[in-house]
Design a protein around this ligand. Structure first.
Ligand code: EPU
Length: 357
């Protein structure tokens, strides 16, 4: 948790949206180092942790009253804090797990992996391939988290959010979330406008294994294990742990770049240089390439600027070797993008959210 702070204000809202029943502690000059998995040492001018939608509305009201910009922080596992956060940082800690038949409604602050385990325990299936993804439930729809052949979009029913401009609550059905590959309306029209308070998911009572990602099937076959949801979840955890550096030990935000989608023409050209290049068919005439493969082939593993380094373990990860600054990370990402463009004529897009963007 943040350190070195004093309670600056105890704020009770008079907003009609809040009822004025609770009050919140707003702190000043709080370090966010322990609250972002890349471990960048920046601070927030004002900071508040909210544990309910009512507290969130009070925090939003405080920011509006004092004309402060708002920055929402969940698990801090997909943000790159490039500099100190001006204004109010609202740390979302809204818990809660409700189940009704196949539907679950989850507070935005619930740890994603705990949610996956809770659904399995409740005999609900569909999230097992998404085991061990860092972050909180509320961040999951923003980038439409996905792994091992499954995306959140397949299970999401609706998202509840508070509109930052009006202070009103809304329910957005999945059909209006504009989900794409690591993409949603929350990265576009609703960027910086919506604070997600809970998500609803529809799961299955019957387990249907999704083994299109070859690594899972091979892992289970090797151990001669029966294919249960728990076994798939355990396999995913083991594969993730073996491939990706653990953010608890080495600061990182998972994949730093998206996998690029290129035309078949460009791919044909690349194949003349390297016939082994992995490519996955996408929409007509387009192929998704592995950014990690390109970065590794370009010899960029271990490339370092300041204390930011391209991981030796997985080329798609930028890690903090201790005291990396936002500027180290930004420059390193730029260097990787430049070298990949020069060598393959491909523009790599950054996956996590840069603050300020
Ligand atoms: N590869 C390399 N070098 C490396 C690592 C991988 O050449 O250092 C090659 C592998 O050999 C393989 C290919 O890259 O051919 C793909 O690697 P991997 O299976 O690790 O998957 P990825 O495409 O790099 C994506 C997601 C991950 C998700 C995995 C598993 C994106 C941007 N990343 O990674 O998501 O866990 O698939 O489904 O789509 C995240 O978003 O933070 C994330 C970790």
């Amino acid at each position: 948790m943040p350190t070195g702070s004093v309670v600056a204000l105890r704020y009770t809202s008079t907003s009609t949206h809040t009822s004025g029943l609770t009050n919140i502690d707003i702190q000043q000059n709080i370090s966010l180092k322990a609250l972002n998995t890349l471990g960048l040492d920046v601070s927030a001018d004002y900071f508040v942790a909210v544990t309910s939608a009512v507290e969130l509305l009070e925090a939003v009201d405080f920011a509006r009253t004092h004309a402060l910009p708002v920055f929402v922080l969940g698990g801090g596992s997909n943000v790159v804090l490039l500099q100190n956060v001006a204004g109010l940082c609202i740390h979302l800690a809204i818990e809660g797990f409700e189940k009704e038949d196949l539907l679950v409604r989850v507070g935005a602050g619930m740890n994603w992996h705990d949610l996956v385990l809770a659904t399995l325990k409740a005999g609900l299936f569909g999230l097992e391939n998404l085991s061990l993804i860092p972050g909180r439930a509320g961040a999951a729809p923003i980038q439409n988290i996905g792994a091992y052949g499954v995306e959140l979009a397949e299970r999401l029913v609706s998202v509840s959010y508070v509109d930052l401009d009006t202070g009103e609550s809304h329910d957005l059905p999945a059909s209006a979330c504009e989900f794409g590959y690591r993409d949603s309306v929350f990265k576009h029209q609703l960027k910086d406008k919506a604070i997600i308070t809970s998500i609803s998911l529809k799961l299955d009572s019957k387990f249907e294994p999704r083994l299109e990602y070859a690594g899972i099937e091979a892992y289970l076959a090797e151990r001669d294990e029966p294919i249960t949801a728990k076994a798939v979840s355990d396999a995913v955890c083991a594969i993730r742990r073996s491939k990706l550096p653990d953010p608890a030990r080495v600061g990182n935000v998972g994949s730093f770049f998206k996998n690029p989608v290129v035309t078949d023409q460009l791919l044909k050209g690349l194949k003349t240089q390297d016939s082994n290049i992995p490519a996955y068919a996408e929409a007509a005439g387009h192929f998704k390439l592995s950014a990690a493969y390109l970065i590794e082939q370009a010899g960029l593993k271990g490339l370092q600027i300041g204390d930011a380094m391209v991981s030796e373990q997985h080329a798609l990860v930028i890690q903090n070797n201790g005291n990396a600054t936002g500027s180290d990370v930004r420059q390193l990402a730029q260097e990787v993008q430049d070298r990949i463009r020069t060598r393959f004529d491909i523009d790599l897009e950054i996956e996590p959210r840069l603050i300020p963007g």
